[in-house]
Design a protein around this ligand. Structure first.
Ligand SMILES: C[S@@+](CC[C@H](N)C(=O)[O-])C[C@H]1O[C@@H](n2cnc3c(N)ncnc32)[C@H](O)[C@@H]1O
Length: 204
């Protein structure tokens, strides 16, 4: 059994192709926090980037336009097909991968990893494993930008999606990632009380 039970593939497969924003998380523009990060990035180095759970590809496209060489992965074949069709760019390698079964060659090689709302969409019992996997993908001196809905440690919003607990944001630190900057905002949707963006840097 797959960790996500084909749920995501079904959502993409059954989506109205003339109205892709009907996919609950899709808005057909790059993630606003990623765009802000790229706008204020203070060095001009654009190495290898990875987008986890890339969906329809807008975040990968934003990174490629900045000059990164991008790998963008998703478990859904349909999402990957649509992303390739929307962004037929040589500098993006869109491919089907299961985050739980990534090939060894992907680990420790990315200068920049972007993860937005994939962790919370998977059963919380996999959380420690996911936090370790995502941390291990980042190269020495590389960076992770994490966007997630979060809740306080005493709360229980249930799911799916299952908001991260505040304490879980520091789980990445066990794997060499140090918090460089953290922002959070209150949100109005019933998914979670806060929207968090954490910028980590790897310091081994
Ligand atoms: C809630 S959506 C978020 C999409 C996008 N990152 C965003 O923030 O809009 C979660 C994405 O993760 C993908 N996904 C789910 N399980 C996955 C897995 N095991 N490996 C890779 N991608 C997965 C889904 O297909 C979906 O595109």
């Amino acid at each position: 059994m797959s960790h996500s039970d084909n749920f995501f593939e079904e959502v993409y497969k059954n989506a109205d192709k003339d109205n892709l924003v009907s996919i609950p998380w899709a808005n057909l523009v790059a993630n606003v926090h990623l765009v802000s990060y790229l706008n204020v990035k203070d060095d001009m180095t654009y190495g290898r980037a990875l987008v986890i759970g890339c969906g329809l590809g807008d975040d990968a496209d934003a990174l490629a336009k900045m000059g990164y060489e991008v790998d963008a992965i998703d478990i859904s074949q349909t999402a990957i097909n649509m992303a390739k069709e929307r962004f037929p760019t040589a500098s993006i390698d869109f491919r089907v991968e299961d985050i739980f079964k990534l090939p060894e060659f992907m680990f420790g090689v990315y200068d920049f990893v972007f993860e937005s709302r994939t962790i919370q969409s998977l059963d919380p019992k996999f959380r420690d494993e996911l936090i370790k996997t995502i941390s291990d993908l980042v190269a020495k001196d590389g960076e992770l930008l994490l966007h997630a809905n979060i809740q306080d440690d005493h709360e229980n919003y249930g799911g799916p999606p299952w908001p991260l607990y505040r304490r879980e944001l520091s789980g990445f630190e066990k794997h060499g990632l140090k918090v460089h900057q953290k922002n959070e905002a209150m949100i109005t949707k019933p998914v979670a009380p806060y929207d968090a963006v954490v910028h980590y840097k790897k310091q081994l």
